[in-house]
Design a binder for this molecule. Structure first.
Ligand SMILES: Nc1nc2c(ncn2[C@@H]2O[C@H](COP(=O)(O)OP(=O)(O)O)[C@@H](O)[C@H]2O)c(=O)[nH]1
Ligand SMILES: [Mg+2]
Length: 329
């Protein structure tokens, strides 16, 4: 990394997008020397973080998440806010590239001075998924972004991951396909704070209203995530920027309520604890990965588990014991 930590921090604080991007690349790096500088950087910017509204956006592929984020972002910018967009990129682990059309789809938002768009890789790592979206978010907060919008890929794991680092979880729903129950099956309904039925245009307004009724009925059976908050089901069109202002004010109301009841801070504390546990696992795995023989043993024990030679927990225990005994000699 040809930039010093001080240069990067200065760049972040002055809102230099090129240096913000460099800092993010540093934090995403797995290289030991980068990790050290990354930790140093993150430690120093910590006091500058915490001041954004963190919004997770989920929904099946094609629901309109990217379109929503682009136009919602522009709306926030027109209200004088700075907006950062992070999208968990499922492809980067496999082909090291980005399949997100988002970069191009969010063309108009990308052109805004007060917007910053960045795909967030989730690379496979000894069976784990090392994800630095949270750390990237810290950098964006230090750079003064007021809204951090995170798009999930609509896959279970990324949804949980995003729900665990955001203040508001927004579910984009489309009408029809008989999948009104889909979100319930997937456990989404337990995680959401706001639902937005998207692609509602004149010809399907009645259908949308039925969908809303069904969703509301379903929500009645789900224990409230946030006291005194009944999950609103809003209608609109992300493409035509209809109903987005209502989402904007609803999010504001939700954040105000959370701050009033103290749950805003309480949830963030819990989230930080989860991040701690997450990184403990990551670091243990990365220490293990340093040795080739350990990696071979890992693969072997995993194979035994998958072939049902013995049960997975036994194999995991054997593997860890083997690692620890190796470490001592
Ligand atoms: N008619 C209509 N199309 C929309 C709307 N929102 C998104 N789309 C379209 O739906 C497709 C998928 O949108 P995209 O934002 O990429 O969905 P994502 O996969 O959830 O990110 C694109 O062709 C969009 O133009 C909407 O409100 N109305
Ligand atoms: Mg998308």
């Amino acid at each position: 990394m040809k930039f010093s930590t001080e240069e990067l921090i200065e760049g972040i604080q002055s809102g230099n997008k090129r240096l913000i991007a460099k800092a993010i690349t540093l934090v995403e790096s797995k290289k030991a020397e980068h990790r050290q500088q990354a930790e140093e950087l993150l430690k120093k910017i910590m006091p500058l973080t915490g001041n954004s509204i963190r919004v997770g956006v989920t929904g099946v592929p094609g629901a309109g998440k990217s379109t929503f984020i682009e136009n919602f972002g522009r709306l926030a910018i027109s209200d004088g806010k700075k907006v950062a967009v992070l999208a968990i990129d499922p492809s980067s682990a496999i082909n090291k590239g980005s399949i997100l059309g988002d970069k191009t789809r969010m063309e108009e938002l990308a052109r805004e001075e007060n917007a910053f768009i960045r795909p967030s890789p989730s690379s496979g790592f000894l069976g784990g998924v090392a994800n630095t979206t949270f750390e990237t978010m810290m950098i964006c907060e230090a750079a003064g972004y007021d809204y951090i919008l995170i798009e999930t890929v609509g896959v279970g794991q990324s949804e949980v991951l995003v729900a665990d680092i955001t203040d508001v979880f927004l579910f984009l729903k489309i009408i029809g396909g008989g999948d009104e129950l889909q979100g319930i099956k997937r456990g989404i309904m337990e995680m959401v704070d706001v639902i937005f039925i998207n692609k509602v245009e004149e010809d399907n307004l009645n259908k949308a209203k039925n969908t809303r009724l069904e969703l509301k009925r379903a929500l009645d059976f789900i224990p409230p995530k946030e006291k005194n908050w009944k999950v609103p089901v809003l209608l609109g069109s992300a493409l035509h920027s209809e109903g987005l202002e209502e989402v904007y004010t609803t999010i504001d109301q939700f954040i105000s309520l959370k701050k009033k009841t103290g749950s805003f801070e309480a949830v963030r504390t819990r989230q930080a604890e989860k991040r701690f546990d997450y990184w403990v696992q990551e670091y243990i795995l990365s220490v293990m990965k340093k040795s080739n023989s350990v990696e071979e043993a890992y693969i072997q024990h995993k194979k035994n588990a998958s072939a049902m030679i013995s049960n997975p927990s036994t194999e995991a225990k054997l593997f860890v014991e083997r690692f620890l005994s190796k470490d001592q000699d």
